[in-house]
Design a protein around this ligand. Structure first.
Ligand SMILES: [Zn+2]
Length: 458
């Protein structure tokens, strides 16, 4: 036995995946023991080295992994920074986020992705993985330095022009071919630009009544259809960002049946909200792709339940207040999402009986980690695995108050809504970055031998 004290945490009575309660011991950043062995091993440690967390009734899950986050830094620190976005992620139960490339400057070079990666490590609230742009400046004209970003210290594996569609099929083909050489993948923002020029909302009955230019479903579906065929043609990996229409779900289902290597994500807001909300002209509901119809929401929920859609991606898109509190046509597109994702997925998928907690863990953690090929995230809750995990109070309800969020963004479409579930604790490599539902300390300040006891239950 070593004399060096190391911080250990004994979690009492939490229910892994909502199943039978178990005790769990965390030591040296990993799950050290489960069940009776956890208490036995904790007793062998000096009392001052062990923090005890009473977690009776709480559900234990692997830490959530978001493949689609906008952290805005560098360049738009008025909207969000890596630090504030990481805090929001930790509070929301995310132990890893992937920062989209549409910063200023764009993350299309080794220098920018290394900067974002460094800022993430320094903040220490969650793991931050920069996404590299597919094309220089997101301009859709020539490929960015994908190889240099992959070989940089950030080791980028995910490439996306998100916010813009890679609409040139020759460039898209080349990008898909290129990422094969670095075992990477392309995440496509599927939006045919010529079909959506000036679009302000979903094209349908509501846009006809309001007289707003419409964003038709076919603009998304035609790009997805083209890209799954391109991915098949070159034998590469394709991920579809924020699927929003029933037709897109059908195309992805068809592609998967043919064995095409495609994965897809849906946002929490597209699982709950519809274009009926636009009738009030509140720009908080302006988002890209737009809120669709009730029939689309039903198809997205069914697709997520049956595995056609693989993962939840938040598309967390914070904006400064003045960019959203203006007239509809001038307002920026996007909504915050990191701190409301878990409650919205519980409301739309768990409390409706469409999925259980095992499937919840798959779509929020295990599968997104597998898509990126992370070795430390989305792992089983088993001894020896890194202790990236969360404790959730599924019985709690909360009234969403974005003014109290850790994100700088106040543009939550869920403001004032009563939603089920709350993240009580987030452990990042064994360190409680969130405890008792509040931010604790970042991993960078974790001190060996720190101890105490915590009542996680409210
Ligand atoms: Zn997008």
């Amino acid at each position: 036995m070593s004399d060096t004290p190391t911080a250990a945490t004994l979690i009492l009575g939490a229910r892994p995946y909502g199943e039978a309660p178990l005790d769990l011991l965390i030591k040296d950043g990993r799950i050290a023991a489960l069940g009776e062995a956890a208490r036995a091993q904790a007793e062998q440690l000096k009392a001052e080295q062990v923090t005890t967390v009473e977690a009776e009734g709480l559900i234990m899950l692997p830490g959530m992994v978001d493949l689609h986050t906008h952290l805005r830094e560098p360049g738009r620190e008025d909207a969000e920074t890596v630090e504030t976005g990481s805090r929001a992620a930790a509070r929301g139960g995310f132990t890893a986020v992937h920062a989209m490339a549409n910063s200023s400057p764009v993350a299309d070079s080794a220098g920018v992705v290394e900067q974002v990666h460094r800022l993430g490590r320094a903040s220490g609230w969650t793991e931050v993985y920069p996404v590299g742009a597919v094309t220089v400046g997101l301009a859709g004209e020539r490929l960015a330095e994908l190889g240099a970003m992959a070989e940089s210290s950030a080791q980028v594996r995910m490439f996306s022009d998100d916010g813009m569609c890679v609409h040139n099929p020759v460039l898209m083909r080349r990008a898909l071919e290129y990422v094969k050489t670095v075992d990477g993948f392309i995440a496509q923002h599927a939006q045919e630009p010529l079909l959506t020029e000036g679009a302000q909302m979903n094209e349908g009955d509501v846009s006809a009544v309001l007289g707003l230019p419409g964003w038709p479903a076919v603009a998304e579906e035609s790009i997805i259809a083209r890209d799954v065929l391109l991915a098949q043609h070159v034998g590469s990996r394709l991920h579809i960002c924020h699927v929003s229409t029933a037709g897109s779900v059908e195309i992805i289902r068809w592609a998967k049946e043919r064995g095409i290597d495609v994965t897809a994500e849906v946002t929490p807001h597209h699982l709950l909200l519809t274009d009926e909300l636009v009738r009030g002209y509140d720009p908080v509901y302006k988002v890209n792709p737009p809120l669709r119809t009730g029939a689309d929401v039903e198809a997205l929920r069914a697709g997520l339940a049956d595995g056609t859609i693989d993962v939840i991606g938040t598309d967390h898109a914070p904006h400064p207040t003045q960019a959203k509190e203006c007239e509809w046509s001038a307002a920026a597109m996007g909504m915050t999402g990191l701190e409301t994702a878990l409650p919205v997925v519980i409301k739309t998928m768990i409390n409706t009986g469409l999925m259980d907690w095992r499937r919840f863990a798959e779509v929020t953690s295990i599968t997104p980690a597998r898509i990126y090929r992370h070795a430390h995230q989305g792992r089983p809750l088993q001894p020896g695995e890194p202790a990236n995990l969360i404790l959730v109070d599924a019985e709690a309800t909360q009234t969403v108050d974005p003014d109290g969020h850790a994100s700088k963004g106040r543009n939550s479409p869920f403001r004032g809504m009563e939603l089920p579930g709350a993240v009580r604790a987030t452990f990042l490599h064994g360190h409680p970055v969130v405890l008792d539902g509040e931010l604790n300390t970042p991993l960078s300040e974790a001190s060996a031998g720190a101890a105490g006891s915590s009542q996680v239950r409210p």
